[in-house]
Design a protein around this ligand. Structure first.
Ligand code: ZN
Length: 556
């Protein structure tokens, strides 16, 4: 597979330096495209990361280009370090500190929503890392996505005959802003069985996160009933325990019942949410909702319930937000391999907040693979490798859809698509605060129903002692995995999609302390084992081994 690229103008050093004083989208795109052509051009772009675009920047970056070119050449040379009996060249693995360092650096840029400055920074930074590792043809593939930025969020509550008070809130992403001057409404608790009273008013809607059995996903969808070789849980901590998911029962459709009931506004009460937070970035499907909405905390909702029990309550809601169409980018780089079929290693570069777990951790796991495989000789890479950091995940998965649209006719050659998302720790609430424990969140490895691949994944997880892991059927959570790689499965591509789903995935409390740092290297090693296992396999060969689900058989 050789993804076709946009017919971008040939980059030159002169073009690339223009980005330094001017970070407009156009010049940035010129930089990213230019960057794909030579390591020198990209190195010039390194200066673009500096926010102080001064007049002397061009000469500074020109100097750094020379130095970087040397290190690029070194990085691209295979190390020749020995491979152990497990098929892994330990000397070429990035260490835990290095991988975690990447996560910290990404996190430190701030909120990384689609199209935000930190997300644009991430695109460039990933392109720079790919080039530094010696990947070839590093380039950006632009696509359109919605950028949503909240402004004011104000909720004033006045119980009849009482004092007005202000309730902290966060706008529901992609909901409609209030008209100028805000909305004055009566507050009505939504009763799903008889929603009529919320018509024209502010609907107070309870949203509680779902808790499922922690080992449920090992048995879900088309998984065989015998989960012996699907659940890796040597300490037995999954069975009998619960896993709090980052969604309520309506998933992205949280506002639907209020909208269907004719409400003029939605007030989502995050019931029993750990840490009493209300900074919840759901939905992120980029579908605009026709009414304004805000999230409030459980404790705020309890107060509103007390007010409502005593008599009528009026609310005044002011929500401003800007939704704009922006151009954002998938970042791509290649390594040659033993043949021209393809292994893809991917994740996404945007996130709901500064988001250490979602998905700074996934980006770092992809970089760890790029780092490792770039040091191995070509003949040791089982196939050509495509490293891909998709954008627009928090904007309806726009980068995933764009990549598949642009490369659909190349997917037949993909032996395996590996997505790496979220190395996460469980938490507990101490004195009202959510604090990380040292226990990993249950790890889902959505794996195509190809027995040899399922066995490989199970063996890799077992060998790397990645407890609390499951080989999960790709349809265990619906038609496709709920990952940033979802649609590859639907396109028939053999997949291994790693995902964890802690309850705080879409919350601003997703900070560096929640990253499962101790397992960054074992996850990297397990992924190398899985990639190694594709040696000698072909895309057509693996596809021919897909087990039909029992439902397919029954229906067919
Ligand atoms: Zn993610």
């Amino acid at each position: 597979m050789h993804p076709e690229r946009d017919s971008a103008p040939e980059g030159s050093a002169h073009e690339a330096t223009r980005i330094v004083p001017n970070r407009s989208t156009t010049t940035r795109r010129a930089f990213l495209h230019g960057a794909s052509l030579t390591a020198g051009a990209l190195a010039l772009g390194l200066g673009a990361c500096s926010d102080d675009g001064g007049g002397s920047a061009a000469s500074t970056t020109r100097d750094s280009a020379a130095g970087s070119s040397t290190s690029v050449a070194e990085a691209a040379t295979p190390s020749g370090s020995p491979v152990g009996p497990d098929g892994i060249a330990v000397a070429d693995l990035p260490g835990e500190d290095e991988i975690f360092g990447w996560i910290s650096e990404i996190f430190d840029q701030g909120i990384r929503r689609t199209g935000y400055p930190a997300d644009e920074w991430a695109e460039q930074w990933v392109a720079e890392r790919f080039t530094e590792f010696g990947l070839s043809e590093v380039h950006a593939e632009p696509f359109a996505a919605k950028r949503w930025e909240p402004g004011e969020c104000k909720l004033e509550v006045t119980p009849e005959g009482g004092q007005t008070r202000t309730v902290p809130c966060f706008p529901v992403p992609f909901s409609t802003p209030t008209p100028d001057g805000g909305l004055d409404l009566a507050l009505v608790h939504l009763d799903a069985a008889s929603p009529a009273p919320v018509g024209g008013q502010a609907a107070l809607v309870d949203v509680a996160l779902i808790e499922v059995p922690a080992d449920m996903m090992g048995y879900g969808g088309s998984a065989p009933p015998d989960a012996t070789d699907r659940v890796v849980d040597p300490d037995g901590t999954l069975a009998g325990s619960g896993h709090l998911l980052p969604f309520g029962t309506e998933f992205m459709g949280v506002m639907d019942s209020a909208i269907d009931g004719g409400a003029a506004a939605f007030i989502g009460a995050l019931r029993d949410y750990p840490g009493d937070s209300f900074e919840y970035f759901v939905p992120y499907d980029a579908l605009s909702r026709p009414i304004p909405g805000v999230w409030i905390s459980n404790s705020s909702a309890d107060e509103l319930d007390r007010d409502l029990a005593a008599g009528p309550v009026s609310v005044r809601m002011v929500v401003s937000a800007e939704t704009t169409e922006v151009e954002t980018n998938n970042i791509v780089g290649f390594l040659d391999g033993a043949d021209d079929e393809v292994v893809m290693i991917a994740s996404h570069h945007d996130g709901p907040w500064a988001s250490a777990v979602e998905d700074s951790s996934g980006m770092a796991l992809v970089l760890a693979q790029a780092h490792y495989w770039s040091k191995r000789p070509v003949e040791e890479r089982p196939h050509k490798m495509v490293f891909l950091m998709q954008g627009g995940h928090m904007s309806g998965g726009a980068g995933l859809l764009a990549y598949i649209d642009a490369h659909r006719d190349e997917l037949d050659d993909v032996v395996l698509e590996v997505h790496l998302e979220h190395a996460a720790l469980e938490t507990e609430v101490v004195d009202g605060e959510v604090v990380a424990t040292d226990v990993p969140v249950p790890r889902w490895f959505f794996t195509s129903r190809i027995p040899v691949l399922e066995k490989t994944v199970f063996d890799a997880l077992s060998a790397e002692e990645l407890g609390r892991s499951m080989v999960v059927a790709p349809d265990a959570f619906g038609e496709q995995p709920p990952t940033d790689g979802a649609m590859y499965h639907r396109e028939g591509v053999p997949v291994v999609n790693f995902l964890t789903a802690p309850f705080y995935l879409f919350d601003s409390m997703d900070t560096l302390d929640k990253v499962d740092r101790a397992h960054l290297v074992p996850l990297t090693r397990a992924t190398i084992r899985i990639v190694n296992s594709t040696a000698g396999e072909t895309a057509a060969g693996l596809r021919s081994q897909v087990e039909q689900s029992t439902e397919d058989v029954a229906a067919g």
